[in-house]
Structures are given as structure tokens and as C-alpha cells.
Design a protein around this ligand. Sequence first.
Ligand SMILES: Cc1cc2nc3c(=O)[nH]c(=O)nc-3n(C[C@H](O)[C@H](O)[C@H](O)COP(=O)(O)OP(=O)(O)OC[C@H]3O[C@@H](n4cnc5c(N)ncnc54)[C@H](O)[C@@H]3O)c2cc1C
Length: 215
Amino acid sequence: MRQKGNDYMALMTPVVKGFLTDKGLKVCSDALQIHGGSGFTEHFPASQYMRDVRIALIYEGTNGVQALDLVGRKLAANGGRAVMGFFGELDAFVAANQDDAALKPFTEGLADAKAKLQEGTMWLMQNGLANPDNAGAASTDYMHLFGLTALAYMWCLIAKTCQAKIAAGDTDPFYATKLTIGRYYMQRILPDTTGHLAKLTSGSELMMALPVEAF
Ligand SMILES: Cc1cc2nc3c(=O)[nH]c(=O)nc-3n(C[C@H](O)[C@H](O)[C@H](O)COP(=O)(O)OP(=O)(O)OC[C@H]3O[C@@H](n4cnc5c(N)ncnc54)[C@H](O)[C@@H]3O)c2cc1C
């Protein structure tokens, strides 16, 4: 248990910091946008939040460096023990819940995201060691693929709890609302995993193609 805790702490730190602060900036930008032009002015606090949240991508290690930490150090540590443990936990959840019809949108989404994350991890193992530029070029997309998959798992756990409450006769609309928001995540946000996998497996050749003098 202690070892698993240490493994998860090491593995998830760059994911939580990098992925969630990137998403936090987007959420803040959307919050500003719904106010239209007024959102950009000082009539609402949204513009101040926008500036305040921007630093979260930089301090305590820039998100680019967090992504390099994930692929360069955390994945390979202890022969990949932490990431393999995480994959095992996701597989166990899907296996235990895939026959529950009410949870199908969640277990199917998680299984698909996990398969993509595993494919991206294998690609990194095969191509990142041979050429470190491949690992660097893939790192930010890999971090986002990882974050999206981990968040899908969190939504699965939330959905399972909400579903159990509803099945037990709890009529609080909170649970049905959570399930709808979770299904929105699975349907409208989680498919971003496809793009991140395509980008990360495209390799570093083009990213490194321009000579230094071109900058
Ligand atoms: C408001 C504020 C408060 C802060 N508070 C603290 C604090 O309390 N304690 C503290 O210790 N520090 C603090 N810092 C410093 C902060 O931790 C650094 O600014 C941050 O780690 C980034 O380092 P840097 O500014 O040197 O940027 P650099 O490391 O020069 O990064 C510049 C850019 O290059 C990229 N980059 C860097 N290295 C690589 C690489 N090897 N490969 C590819 N890309 C790379 C980065 O991702 C970034 O986009 C604070 C900074 C700010 C702005």
C-alpha cells in the first residue's frame, strides 16, 4: 500500500499539475467568454481570474517541463511499475463493471481511453529510448492523453456511486445531474484522446526539421 502510494504520488504529480492547470486556463477563458465583451473588462472578476490562473502553467515547474518529467523520469522508474499498476487498476474497474448496463457509457469510454494510453506508452518505450527527441516531442500530448484517461476513471467512480444512490431510491437530483455531466465528459471531451495519440505517435522529425538559424 505504501509503495503504491509512493508510485502514484510520483506518477500523478506531473499529470495533475500540468493537465489540470492547462484545463483550468481553458475553463477560465470560457467563463470570460460567456460574458462577451464585458468579460474582458473590469466589470466582472473574470479578466482578473484569467491573469491569475495563467501563472499556474508556469510556476512550480512549467507544464512543458512537467510533461518531460512524466515521460523522461516517471514512466520508466522501477521498470514502469507505477504506470503498469495504474493500467491494472483501470482494467480491474472495467472488468468488474462492464456488465452493468447503466454504467456502459462510462466503462466503454474508459476502456477505449486506456487502450489509447497504453498504445502511446508502448510507442514511447519503443521510440523514445532510441531517439530522445521522440520522447520530448510526444511529452505534452502524452501528458494530456494521461490526464484525460485518469479523469475518465474519476468519472467512472463518480458514476458508480451516483448510480448506486439512484438504485437505492435516493431522489436527490444531484446524482442524476452528475451522471449527465459525466456522460457529457465521455461523449464530448474524452474523444480528444484520439488527437493526442495521433500527434504523439507522429514522431519528432518535423518538430526538429528547422535549423537553429531559422529561429
Ligand atoms: C509569480 C511567480 C512566483 C514564483 N514563485 C516561486 C517560488 O515561490 N519558489 C520558486 O522556487 N520559484 C518561484 N517562481 C519561479 C518559477 O518556478 C519559474 O519561473 C518556473 O519554474 C519556470 O522557470 P523559468 O522562469 O526559469 O523558465 P525556463 O525554465 O527558462 O522556461 C522557459 C520556457 O522553456 C521551456 N523549457 C525549459 N526547459 C526546457 C527543456 N529542457 N526542454 C524543453 N523546453 C524547456 C519551458 O517549458 C518554458 O516554456 C515563481 C515565478 C513566478 C512568475
